[in-house]
Design a protein around this ligand. Sequence first.
Ligand code: NAP
Length: 253
Amino acid sequence: MKNSILILGGTTEARLLAEVLAQNSRFATTLSLAGRTRTPIAMPVPVRTGGFGGPAGLAAYLNDHGIDLLIDATHPYAAKISANAAEASRLSGVPLVALRRQGWSEQQGDRWTPVESVAAAVTALGKTPRRAFLALGRQELLPFEQAPQHSYVIRSVDPVEPPLTVPSAQYMTARGPFRESDELALLSDHGIDAIVSKNSGGSASYGKIVAARKLGIEVIMIRRPVLPQVTSFESVDAVLSHLDQIFPAERGE
Ligand code: NAP
């Protein structure tokens, strides 16, 4: 009998974990995506897409599909689905572990301004016109319409449609990883004097943080949301070791 695993994904780590599990005949793995990205990357395991309808819906899915383990490998800012996962695990009795990458910490030379939310980031930009680089998802940009005095350079995975109502915004679509040298060029070429960023952790989007340090640019850093306390691992390898412990290979496997 295979061990059924449901990975809540939407991150590079979720895909990398699925890639390893796809090679292992002990596991039947399904990856769940919210369906936000219009052109998601091909996945190595079967994918289901869209919300479950809250914790009760997720709990019903876990029971109906005979899931043995739920892995929350969602983005650290996707707080709702992580809370839902914890509640669904409690309701269904299906164990839950989380894969959560560590956040970045401020280094010497960084000029970080910590804020609690996107709205607070807008306020932190101030009244004087600035040239701000927004590395945020398309769903998070609306609050910047309240600060039309700034010029924005906006990079997102999907196009920002409709565009913001601000008079000066330049859009680019790109998917990480981003190289530090490219980020340095981007920030310099556009004369950026502030970056608004989430503390995503990992290396794929760290290039802009290092580039900002080198150029002395302020980074308005949106704090991570509070997530439920569950058994957590910081790397794909650590999750795989845990799986080996809880689902030991049978003799001869
Ligand atoms: P969220 O606010 O925590 O979740 C909102 C709702 O979307 C959830 O209640 C759930 O709907 C549904 N949902 C979220 N993730 C899902 C998943 N993996 N599978 C099925 N349904 C899911 O999350 P979000 O900030 O909108 O993020 C959505 C997805 O994008 C996540 O999977 C996350 O890993 C990824 N992502 C997020 C960010 C970010 O900064 N937030 C960045 C990169 C990637 P129901 O309640 O109906 O089940």
